[in-house]
Design a protein around this ligand. Structure first.
Ligand SMILES: Nc1ncnc2c1ncn2[C@@H]1O[C@H](COP(=O)(O)OP(=O)(O)OP(=O)(O)O)[C@@H](O)[C@H]1O
Length: 242
């Protein structure tokens, strides 16, 4: 395995798995694959960790096909070369989304996708679903919650869904997006362009600009926000009615 892998992403993933007890021996882990760079790198990284460590778990890449006719052949070929199982779940989600009218298209689409993932998880008796969210996603979600809804917090690194009896894990929360881009480009990992009509026109894009702006003055703002999520000053949180 190449040495720079550790520096650019594997050490961060090992630390996140360790900090939040994400994977244990015997787990059946599904990796949600969008076709984008983040989830493809996550699948590759977990395969490397499994093959080059004492960790012993089953790994399956799962893409929920919305019905937008994306060409997944390069990712399927990659999985075959790397000896990774992949499952493509065909759905008609696209038909149920109203792009002309709908303000909540993204959240509705995500809800349908989660339902489809849960069905696939049942099929494989999976114990964990892993998503490709990285450090920048966590920072942006933190700021979006604060700015748009007045809520403190980001998504959880390891969340247990009691009803579905599934852990939702995000092993790349300490990996910077710039490092993901580097590895995907150097290693020539497959990247499939999404056919979603809303691609790139989201509020997340606005927040990315805000983070860039903040970084000009406060260089380590992303690291600081990530650190703050596990460095909670309890007395500083206002609990009404106590
Ligand atoms: N169609 C899909 N099928 C399965 N999992 C998906 C799908 N789309 C997204 N995911 C999972 O949800 C995560 C977050 O989704 P999001 O749409 O923000 O990802 P993205 O930035 O478009 O793609 P990626 O994170 O893979 O580069 C992805 O990292 C991936 O793990």
């Amino acid at each position: 395995m190449k040495k720079y892998f550790n520096r650019l992403f594997l050490n961060d993933i090992r630390k996140a798995i360790d900090d939040f007890n994400m994977i244990k021996n015997g787990d059946i882990v599904l990796v949600g694959l969008s076709g984008g760079k983040d989830s493809t790198l996550l699948l590759y990284a977990l395969k490397l960790l499994r093959d080059y460590s004492h960790m012993d778990f089953k790994l399956i890449g799962v893409h929920i096909d919305y019905g937008w006719e994306m060409d997944f052949s390069s990712l399927i070929d990659f999985c075959e070369e790397e000896n990774i199982d992949i499952h493509i779940e065909k759905t008609d989600i696209a038909e149920h989304l109203d792009f002309e009218n709908g303000k909540n298209v993204c959240s509705l689409c995500a809800r349908f996708r989660k339902g489809a993932m849960a069905r696939v998880a049942k099929m494989y008796n999976a114990t964990k679903i892993a998503y490709g969210h990285h450090m920048d996603d966590a920072v942006e979600t933190f700021l979006m919650n604060l700015i748009y809804t007045g809520k403190l917090g980001s998504f959880s690194p390891n969340n247990y869904d009691k009803d579905k009896r599934l852990h939702i894990i995000r092993p790349m929360i300490y990996v910077k997006e710039e490092n993901i881009k580097k590895v995907v480009s150097i290693e020539n990992l497959p990247e499939i362009k999404s056919n979603c009509p809303l691609n790139g026109f989201t509020t997340r894009q606005e927040i990315k600009e805000l983070v860039k702006f903040l970084e000009e003055e406060y260089k380590d703002i992303r690291e600081k926000i990530i650190k703050s999520l596990s460095n909670v000053y309890e007395e500083g949180l206002w609990k009404k009615g106590e």
